[in-house]
Design a protein around this ligand. Structure first.
Ligand SMILES: Nc1ncnc2c1ncn2[C@@H]1O[C@H](COP(=O)(O)OP(=O)(O)OP(=O)(O)O)[C@@H](O)[C@H]1O
Ligand SMILES: [Mg+2]
Length: 1212
C-alpha cells in the first residue's frame, strides 16, 4: 500500500476549493487507489461530488490536519502545511477563540481585531518579560521580548519588520512593540528618553497620517524607527531613537479622493484656529486642500484634542514655542496657498480668452495672507505662479503659464513645502531623540506599507510593491539563511531549497533598462510622456519573465510580483517621478523673512539611514553576508554609477536608494517579522472574510514561509521524541532503548524508502513535508492493526469467558432441572402413597363416622324414649306427691281449725272461771282496804323507801364531786405533761447551741489574745509618741518664751524708735522676724496637726476595738439570755464599763468569768488609753490658751501676720 493510498482512505478529511469560502471541507466516500482518476467525496454541506484526478495522483486534494492540531500557536507545527490548513487554523483561533496573534515560524501573524482588547497593559508587559517566545501565547510583546533578550545576550542589532495592507494594524503593532521596548529598556534616571520616544508617535501621525477609505489613521509614509540602546553593566537601556521616513504621499496635500482627508495636522489646526488668530484661519470646509474628500470628520476623534496632544508631544520633544508658531504658520500658509484663485485671462481689449496665460487677482486675500504668514513677497509669488522661466544655453525666457499650469505650479509648491516641513520635523525629532552619544546597538521597527493592488495602480503602488518585493527578498533570504544555519548545525548535507527567489522581478524594476531606469530616462527627455515610456517598456522589458504587456492599448503594463500580478496604469508616472517644482517659486520661499521657512526650504535630502548603513557595513567584520546580499550590493553600486550621471534625482531613484540602504540595514540586523492582516473592509470586530485574508496571506509572505518550510525539511524531530512516538513502527529486535539514534534510523529506513525524504542530523531527524503525516498514518494503521489484534484477543477472551460462564450456567440449570424432576417424581410417588393411605384412613374415618352417627342416633332415640318414659313417670309421681301435699294441708287446716275452736272454747271457759275467782278476790280486798292498820303499814313502807332513796342521793352526790375533782386534776396533769415535753425540747436546743457557742468563744478568745498583743504594741507606740510630743511641746514652749521675750524687746525698741522712716524699717525687720515667728508657728501647727491626725487614728482604732468588744459583749449577753427574761434587760447598760452587766454576767454565768478575763483586761487598757487621750486633749487645750495669750501680748505686730497665722479655733 502506497503512502497516498494509506492517507486517502475512506472517511479521510480533505479540503476542496470553494467559490466563496475559498476552501471547503469534505470527506472521502471511497478509498483512493493508485491510478484512480475519480475521487468520490462528500462535502460538509452533504453534497456528493466527484473530483477528477490525474493518473499519477499529483493533483490529489490537500488533506485536513487532525483535529488535535487545530488552533495551534505556530502554523508550522501543522502536519499538513498548506493554504487551507493555515487558513483554517487562523480562522479557528481568530473567530472561535478571539486570539489575534499566531506564529508562523519566525513570523508573527497579527489579525486586526477592530476591538479594544485587554492585551497591552503593564501587567501583560510584566508577564511577557523574561519569557521565551514559545512559553506564552503568541503576542507582539513575546516577539519584542525575544528581540530584546537577543539584544541583551548578543549585543547585536535587531529589527522588527511590520507589514500588511492599509488598516491591518501595522502602526498599532509597531507602537506596542516600541512601548514594550520603552517599558523594559527604560532606565530610572532617564525617563525622559522613553517619554520622547513614545511622544514621537503622535507627531508623526499628525503630520504623516490621514484618513483614507481603508483606515481612519492611515500612515502615508514608511517609517523605520531605530531604538538605540546602551549597555550598562550588561543591561540594555534605551538611550535614544532615530526616525527614518520613506516616500511621503505628497499628492495628498493637494488632492484627496472621495471620503478621504488631508493630513490630520491641517484639520487639527483648523479646529484650534481660535488659539492662532494671526493665522486668519477659517473652518476647514473653506479650504480647497481640505474639502475635496467631503469627509471632514473622524468618528469619535476630536481634532482640537488631537491638536493639543500634538503640541504637547512637540513640547516634550523639544520644539520651542517659536518653532511651533512658525510651523503652524507654514501649515496655514499652505492652506491659504491652496485657496489662491487662478482666473482666466482675456486678450487685451477683447472678450476672447487667452488660453496661454492666466491671472491671479493682485489683492487676492489668500495670496496676501500667504505672503504675510510665510513672510515672503506676495507679488513674487504671484509672478512665478503666472510665469515660468526656461533656461537655454546663455539666456532664459519667461513664458506665461496657462491656468492649469499655474494651478499645477501652486500645488507642486504646496506639496514641496509640506514635504520639506515633514522632513524638517523628522530632523528635529531625530535631534531631540538622539543626542549623538555613543550607542551600542539598536532595534529597528519598520512600519511600512504592505503590498497593494487596486483597480487602478499608479506610481505610488509601483513604489510600494517594489519595496515589498525587496522586503520579501530580504525575508526569503533570511528564512533561507536560518534554514541553512539549522542544517549546518545539525551537520547534514543538503541541496539548495528550491525557494521562490524574486530577484528576477527586482531586476525587472531596478536593473539597467529596467522599469525605473527607463522611467528616469523618459523623465529626462524634454518631450517624454507616459505613453512613450509605456511603449519603451514593452520594447525593452518584454524579455523579463515578470513583465507582461497589456493585451489591449499601451497605457498600462503588468508586473508579476511574488504575491500577485499587478496592472499599472502609466498615467502620471512621469510627472510623479519628476516631482518638479518651480525653481523660482522655491527661491521665493527660500528668501522668506521667516527663519524657519528659509531653513525648511534649503533642507538637503540626506539619506540618514544610508549613511548609518555605510558606517555599519564597515563594522560588520566577520558577519556572514549571503549571496543574495552580495548581489544587492552590486546592484547598488551600479545604481550609484547610473544616478551619478543624473542632474536631479527622481523620486524613483531616491526611493530606490533609500530602499537599498534600508535593506542593507535590515540585512545587518536579525529581523523579526510581524505580518498584519486586515480581516474585513467594514472595520467590524472579529469579522472574517476568507477571500480577503487569503489574499493578504499570500501577499505578506506567510504562505511563502509555509512553502519554504514545506520545500525544505519542515518537520524536525528530536531523537528521543521520535523514538518515544514511533518505536512501535519497528520490530522489537530493531529497537534498542540505549541507542535511540540507531533505533530511530531503523524505523525511518524501514518505512521511508526514498532517501531524499529525510536527513539524520546530530540531534534531530529532518523530514520533508508530508513524511511525518505519512509516518503518523503508518503509526495510526499499525496502531489500528495492533489495536485490532488486542481487541480480537480481548473479544475472544470476553466471548470465551461468556461461553464458559454460559456452559457452567446451563450445566447448573440442567442439574437443577434433573434434580427437580426426580424430586417431582419422588414427590408424586410419595403423594400417591400418601393418597392411598389417606383414602384408607378417610374411608375408615367415613365408615366410623357413619357408624358413630348411627350409634349416636340410636342412642339419641333411646335417650329420648327413656327420657319420655322417665318424664311421664316423673309427672305421675309429681302429681301423686302434690295430691298428697294438698291432702296434708287440707287435713292440717281442718285439724288446726278444730284445735283453735277447741282452745278458744277452753280459754273462754278458763276466763269465765278466773273472772269469777277475781271478782271474788276483789270483793274481799275491797272489804280489807277499808281498815286503818292497813294504811299504816303502807305508809311505813313508803318512808323507808324515801330514806333509802335520800341516802342513795347523797352517795351519788359525793361520788359526783369526787369525780369532778379528779377531772380537774387530770387536766392539770395534762398541762404539766405538755409543759414538760416543751421544756425537754428546749433544753435539747439550748444544749446544742451551748456547744456551738463554746467553740465560738474559744475562737474569739484566741483572736482577743492576738489583738491584745497588738494593742499593747500600739499603746507602747502611743507612749513614745506622747513622749515625743511632750518634748516637742517643751521645745515650743521654750521657743515661745524666747519669742515672747524678743517680741517684748522689739516692742520696747519700737517704742523708742524715732522718725517714720526708721519706724518703717524696723517694722519691716519686725515683719521679717514675725515672718520667722510665723513660720515657726506654722511649723508647730503642722506638727500639731500631724499629732492630732495620729491621735485621730488612735481614736479610730480605739473606737474600732470598742465596737469589736461591744459586739463580743453583745454576743455574750445575747448568748446568756433566756427567752423568759429577755424583756427585763436594761438596754442602756451595755458598755464595757457597765458593772451591772459584768456583774450580772459573772453572777449568772460563773463559768464564763474565766473566759472573759482577757477581755476585761483589754477593756481596762482601753479605759486607760482613753484617760491618756483625755489628758492629752487637756494639755493641748492649755497650750492653745497659752498661745492665744502670747498672741494677744504681741498685739502691735499682730496686723502684719494675722492673715497667715490666726488659726481658726474650730479647726483644732
Ligand atoms: N491590535 C489591535 N487592537 C485593536 N485595534 C487594532 C489593533 N491593530 C489595529 N487596530 C485598529 O485598526 C486600525 C488601523 O490600524 P493601523 O493604523 O495600525 O493600520 P496600518 O496597518 O498602520 O494602516 P496604514 O497602512 O494605513 O497606516 C487602528 O486605528 C485600530 O482601530
Ligand atoms: Mg499605519
Amino acid at each position: 500500500m502506497s503512502s497516498e493510498e494509506m492517507l486517502y482512505a475512506k472517511g479521510s478529511k480533505i479540503w476542496i476549493p470553494h467559490a466563496e469560502q475559498v476552501w471547503e471541507s469534505a470527506s472521502l466516500e471511497e478509498s483512493y487507489h493508485k491510478g484512480d482518476t475519480i475521487l468520490k467525496i462528500q462535502t460538509e454541506s452533504g453534497a456528493l461530488k466527484e473530483i477528477k484526478l490525474k493518473p499519477d495522483g499529483s493533483n490529489l486534494p490537500p488533506l485536513r490536519n487532525p483535529a488535535i492540531l487545530v488552533g495551534q500557536n505556530d502554523l508550522t507545527t501543522l502536519s499538513y502545511l498548506h493554504e487551507p490548513g493555515v487558513l483554517y487554523n487562523l480562522r479557528v483561533r481568530f473567530c472561535e477563540r478571539q486570539i489575534i496573534y499566531t506564529y508562523c515560524g519566525i513570523i508573527l501573524v497579527a489579525i486586526n481585531p477592530y476591538a479594544d482588547l485587554p492585551l497591552y497593559g503593564p501587567n501583560i508587559i510584566r508577564a511577557y518579560r523574561g519569557h521565551a517566545m514559545g512559553d506564552l501565547e503568541p503576542h507582539i510583546f513575546a516577539l519584542a521580548e525575544e528581540a530584546y533578550t537577543k539584544l541583551e545576550r548578543e549585543n547585536c542589532n535587531l529589527s522588527i519588520i511590520v507589514s500588511g495592507e492599509s488598516g491591518a494594524g501595522k502602526t498599532v503593532s509597531a507602537k506596542y512593540a516600541m512601548r514594550y521596548f520603552a517599558a523594559v529598556g527604560g532606565s530610572e534616571s532617564e525617563t525622559q528618553v522613553e517619554r520622547k520616544v513614545l511622544a514621537s508617535s503622535p507627531i508623526m501621525e499628525a503630520f504623516g497620517n490621514a484618513k483614507t477609505t481603508r483606515n481612519d489613521n492611515s500612515s502615508r509614509f514608511g517609517k523605520f524607527t531605530k531604538l538605540l540602546f546602551t549597555n550598562q553593566m550588561g543591561v540594555m537601556y534605551l538611550q535614544g531613537a532615530t526616525v527614518h521616513t520613506y516616500l511621503l504621499e505628497k499628492s495628498r496635500v493637494v488632492y484627496q479622493a472621495q471620503g478621504e482627508r488631508n493630513y490630520h495636522i491641517f484639520y487639527q489646526l483648523c479646529a484650534a484656529r481660535a488659539k492662532y488668530p494671526e493665522l486668519v484661519l477659517d473652518h476647514q470646509d473653506n479650504y480647497q486642500f481640505l474639502n475635496m474628500g467631503g469627509s471632514p470628520d473622524i468618528e469619535r476623534i476630536s481634532d482640537a484634542d488631537q491638536f493639543n496632544e500634538t503640541v504637547q508631544a512637540m513640547t516634550v520633544l523639544g520644539f520651542s514655542i517659536q518653532q511651533i508658531a512658525d510651523i503652524v504658520k507654514i501649515l496655514a500658509g499652505i492652506l491659504h496657498l491652496g485657496n489662491i484663485e487662478v482666473s482666466k485671462k482675456y486678450m487685451e481689449g477683447s472678450d476672447v480668452e487667452d488660453s496661454d496665460s492666466c491671472d491671479i487677482f493682485q489683492n487676492d486675500l489668500h495670496l496676501q495672507v500667504t505672503g504675510d504668514l510665510l513672510k515672503i513677497n506676495a507679488e513674487d509669488l504671484r509672478r512665478w505662479l503666472l510665469m515660468r522661466k526656461i533656461e537655454s544655453a546663455n539666456e532664459y525666457v519667461l513664458i506665461p503659464n496657462n491656468k492649469e499650469m499655474a494651478m499645477a505650479a501652486r500645488d507642486a509648491l504646496a506639496k514641496h513645502i509640506y514635504a520639506k516641513l515633514f522632513q524638517y520635523i523628522v530632523n528635529v525629532l531625530n535631534k531631540s531623540l538622539h543626542n549623538g552619544s555613543k550607542q551600542c546597538s539598536f532595534i529597528g521597527v519598520l512600519d511600512i506599507y504592505g503590498f497593494e493592488t487596486f483597480e487602478v495602480n499608479s506610481f505610488e503602488q509601483f513604489c510600494i510593491n517594489y519595496a515589498n518585493e525587496k522586503l520579501q527578498q530580504q525575508f526569503n533570504q533570511h528564512v533561507f539563511k536560518l534554514e541553512q544555519e539549522e542544517y549546518l548545525k545539525e551537520g547534514i548535507t543538503w541541496t539548495m531549497i528550491d525557494f521562490y527567489d524574486n530577484q528576477p522581478c527586482i531586476d525587472l524594476i531596478e536593473t539597467r533598462l529596467g522599469v525605473l531606469d527607463l522611467l528616469d530616462e523618459e523623465c529626462r527627455m524634454p518631450k517624454g510622456s507616459d505613453e512613450s515610456w509605456a511603449g519603451k517598456l514593452v520594447d525593452k522589458c518584454n524579455k523579463f519573465p515578470h513583465f507582461e504587456k497589456p493585451r489591449f492599448g499601451t497605457t498600462s503594463f503588468f508586473i508579476k510580483h511574488f504575491s500577485d500580478t499587478v496592472e499599472y496604469d502609466v498615467n502620471g508616472f512621469l510627472e510623479k517621478n519628476r516631482d518638479t517644482v518651480s525653481k523660482e517659486l522655491t527661491n521665493v520661499l527660500a528668501q522668506s523673512n521667516m527663519q524657519l521657512c528659509k531653513q525648511v526650504m534649503i533642507l538637503e535630502e540626506v539619506d540618514t539611514l544610508g549613511t548609518d548603513a555605510n558606517k555599519m557595513a564597515t563594522t560588520l567584520g566577520g558577519r556572514v553576508v549571503i549571496s543574495a546580499n552580495r548581489k544587492q550590493q552590486l546592484n547598488e553600486t551600479r545604481r550609484r554609477v547610473v544616478s551619478s550621471k543624473q542632474h536631479k534625482k527622481t523620486v524613483g531613484s531616491q526611493f530606490q536608494e533609500s530602499l537599498t540602504s534600508l535593506i542593507s540595514t535590515l540585512h545587518a540586523t536579525t529581523p523579526h517579522y510581524v505580518r498584519c492582516i486586515k480581516p474585513n473592509d467594514d472595520k467590524i470586530a472579529f469579522k472574517w472574510e476568507t477571500a480577503k485574508i487569503i489574499q493578504q496571506l499570500r501577499a505578506c509572505g506567510v504562505l511563502e514561509t509555509v512553502r519554504i518550510s514545506a520545500a525544505g525539511f519542515p518537520s524536525r524531530w528530536l531523537y528521543p521524541d521520535f523514538y518515544m512516538r514511533y518505536q512501535l513502527l519497528a520490530h522489537r529486535s530493531q529497537i534498542d532503548k540505549n541507542d535511540m539514534k540507531q533505533s530511530c534510523r531503523n524505523i525511518v529506513l524501514k518505512w521511508i524508502q526514498d532517501e531524499d525524504k529525510y536527513r539524520f542530523g546530530n540531534t534531530q531527524i529532518f523530514f520533508r513535508a508530508g513524511q511525518v503525516a505519512y509516518l503518523e498514518q503508518v503509526r495510526a494503521n499499525l496502531r489500528k492493526k495492533y489495536i485490532t489484534t488486542v481487541q480480537s484477543v480481548v473479544r475472544r477472551f470476553i466471548k470465551r469467558r461468556r461461553y464458559v460462564r454460559l456452559q457452567k450456567i446451563i450445566f447448573g440449570i440442567q442439574r437443577h432441572a434433573r434434580g427437580y424432576m426426580a424430586r417431582m417424581r419422588a414427590q408424586k410417588l410419595r403423594e400417591a402413597r400418601a393418597a392411598l393411605i389417606l383414602s384408607k384412613y378417610a374411608r375408615g374415618w367415613l365408615c366410623r363416622r357413619r357408624y358413630l352417627r348411627l350409634c349416636h342416633s340410636v342412642a339419641g332415640i333411646q335417650q329420648y324414649a327413656r327420657g319420655m318414659l322417665a318424664r311421664n313417670r316423673f309427672y305421675a309421681m309429681r302429681d301423686y306427691y302434690r295430691a298428697v301435699q294438698i291432702q296434708r294441708f287440707v287435713r292440717g287446716v281442718l285439724a288446726r281449725r278444730a284445735y283453735q275452736k277447741r282452745r278458744r272454747s277452753i280459754i273462754i271457759c278458763q276466763s269465765a272461771v278466773r273472772r269469777f275467782l277475781a271478782r271474788r278476790q276483789f270483793k274481799r280486798m275491797k272489804a280489807e282496804a277499808k281498815t286503818i292498820s292497813h294504811m299504816e303499814n303502807k305508809y311505813m313502807g313508803l318512808e323507808n323507801k324515801i330514806i333509802s332513796m335520800q341516802q342513795r342521793i347523797d352517795e351519788l352526790n359525793r361520788d359526783n364531786s369526787a369525780l369532778k375533782h379528779k377531772t380537774s386534776e387530770i387536766s392539770v396533769l395534762k398541762m404539766k405533761l405538755e409543759m414538760k415535753k416543751n421544756l425537754e425540747h428546749e433544753f435539747k436546743n439550748i444544749k446544742a447551741a451551748c456547744l456551738d457557742k463554746d467553740k465560738l468563744i474559744e475562737a474569739l478568745n484566741k483572736q482577743l489574745e492576738s489583738e491584745r498583743d497588738e494593742k499593747m504594741q500600739l499603746l507602747e507606740e502611743n507612749g513614745h509618741s506622747q513622749e515625743e510630743w511632750n518634748q516637742q511641746k517643751q521645745i515650743w514652749c521654750n521657743e515661745n518664751r524666747e519669742l515672747r521675750k524678743q517680741v517684748d524687746s522689739m516692742i520696747e525698741m519700737a517704742k523708742n524708735a524715732a522718725g517714720n522712716q526708721r519706724e518703717h524699717e524696723e517694722r519691716m525687720l519686725t515683719e521679717i522676724d514675725n515672718k520667722e515667728l510665723n513660720e515657726a508657728y506654722q511649723r508647730a501647727i503642722k506638727d500639731k496637726e500631724v499629732i492630732e491626725n495620729e491621735n485621730y487614728l488612735l481614736k479610730e482604732e480605739l473606737s474600732h476595738f470598742q465596737q469589736q468588744h461591744n459586739g463580743i459583749a453583745a454576743f455574750n449577753m445575747h448568748h446568756t439570755r433566756t427567752a423568759s427574761n429577755a424583756s427585763s434587760q436594761n438596754e442602756d447598760d451595755i458598755g464595757y464599763g457597765s458593772a451591772k452587766n459584768t456583774l450580772e454576767i459573772n453572777s449568772r454565768y460563773p463559768d464564763l468569768r474565766n473566759k472573759n478575763d482577757s477581755f476585761l483586761d483589754n477593756t481596762s487598757i482601753v479605759v486607760k488609753l482613753r484617760s491618756i487621750l483625755e489628758e492629752e486633749k487637756q494639755k493641748h487645750r492649755s497650750l492653745q490658751e497659752q498661745y492665744v495669750k502670747l498672741a494677744s501680748r504681741n498685739k502691735p505686730t499682730e496686723d502684719s501676720f494675722r492673715p497667715t497665722c490666726c488659726p481658726p479655733r474650730g479647726s483644732t
